[in-house]
Design a protein around this ligand. Structure first.
Ligand code: NDP
Ligand code: ZN
Length: 351
């Protein structure tokens, strides 16, 4: 079988692999829909350590084979494959987040520790724990957005412990930030400020619940946010775009006892420094700083499906570009790398 991936940093190619062998707890699938992600771009073009690895981690699939210990899935089933697919055997599960069981960030196997899903075949370990059935009530667009964008974006307001009426700023309203906006609105945010400029994203951010949109290209962001919050600052700042300096702006506008949550992946830097005053004279300002990797697991996916089924928001609206067939994965990847201004998410369909 073949898949699209990274030979070495900056060199992308179709890679040949033997067909997968199915272990007792595994499922082998063929793709039904895959989306390209900003994280694929980081992996393909910006990570010196990543070599000879098939990319891709946002996918729906059709089961073609299951191991003899898999109970709830059978060949022909259409499923949602979360981007984080840990092997659910580690004793660390009793002590840590599932994303980190087995070692920090080890839960995100696809295109980190094993081949990803931009391929003719996809292998998922611990199938009963990782996969979720794709119900007929939701579309392929909605399903594939749940695998990463929804679960990651919603993790922002979760980590920020948003309460009814909290004031929020989301730095970056690409697909991750848009889902942080939607998740914050669902958790009862009051003022909800989005930062970004692409018109397609601005429109959708408002539809998902943003009360104000500001531009990082027009004036100091910190001043704009303090003005919008009458000098108080926000209860929670979620970072889903920008650079390391954005973290300091976010920290500065986070009020004491507030939360700064980072979802962004920073590349090309070796350390992050925090501003002395913004942090409260050296991290004494009672501001909680958190970050997190996209939660996976079957129950997580089933919960997110139930929100979409209930019609509370429509993540499928983020799909702006559609392709068909395996070969088009390459086009979707490069589109994501170039990020034209009318792009939010590109999806490749297989039927
Ligand atoms: P996009 O590139 O689509 O969106 C980035 C957003 O940030 C845009 O709205 C952009 O504005 C805005 N932006 C750019 N510069 C600044 C700035 N200086 N200050 C504030 N905002 C700025 O990215 P994605 O939404 O696809 O992904 C965001 C990040 O999340 C990526 O790094 C990705 O790798 C990461 N990620 C993290 C995951 C996790 O598990 N934590 C999972 C998946 C992705 P404009 O409208 O002008 O383009
Ligand atoms: Zn992704």
């Amino acid at each position: 079988m073949r898949g699209f991936g990274v030979v070495e940093m900056g060199k992308l190619a179709w890679l040949e692999r033997p067909d997968y062998e199915c272990g007792d707890f595994d499922a082998i699938l063929k793709p039904l829909a895959v989306a390209a992600c900003s994280s694929d771009v980081h992996s393909g073009l910006e990570y010196p350590h990543l070599k000879d690895t098939i990319l891709g981690h946002e996918s729906l699939g059709t089961v073609i084979e299951v191991g003899k210990c898999v109970k709830d899935f059978k060949p022909g089933d259409r499923v949602i494959i979360p981007c984080t697919t840990p092997t659910w055997w580690h004793p660390e599960f009793q002590d840590t987040t599932h994303q980190d069981a087995g070692g920090m960030l080890q839960g995100i196997n696809f295109s980190n520790y094993e081949d990803g899903t931009f391929a003719e075949q996809i292998k998922v370990r611990s199938a009963d724990m990782n996969l979720a059935h794709l119900p007929e009530t939701i579309t392929l667009e909605q399903g594939v957005m749940i695998t990463d964008m929804v679960t990651t974006g919603f993790h922002g307001p979760e980590l920020g412990e948003i309460k009814y009426g909290d004031s929020i700023v989301v730095f970056g309203i690409g697909p991750v930030g848009l889902m942080a906006v939607a998740g914050s609105a669902l958790r009862g945010a009051g003022k909800l400020i989005g930062v970004g400029t692409r018109p397609v994203c601005v429109e959708l951010a408002k539809e998902y619940g943003a009360t104000d949109i500001i531009s990082y290209k027009e004036g100091d962001l910190g001043t704009q946010i303090m003005d919008l919050t009458h000098g108080r600052g926000v209860d929670c700042a979620i970072v889903a775009g920008g650079d390391a300096a954005t973290l300091n702006t976010a920290l500065a506008v986070t009020r004491p006892n507030g939360f700064l949550v980072n979802l962004n992946v920073f590349t090309g830097i070796s350390k992050i420094e925090f501003d002395y005053l913004a942090s409260g004279a050296g991290l004494m300002g009672h501001k909680t700083i958190r970050g997190g990797l996209c939660p996976g697991g079957r129950r997580r996916v089933e919960r997110l499906v139930s929100i979409v089924e209930a019609g509370r928001f429509d993540p499928g609206k983020m799909v702006t570009h559609r392709f068909h067939g395996l070969e088009k994965i390459e086009d979707a990847f490069w589109l994501m790398a170039k990020k034209p201004r009318d792009l939010i998410k590109p999806v490749v369909f297989f039927e």
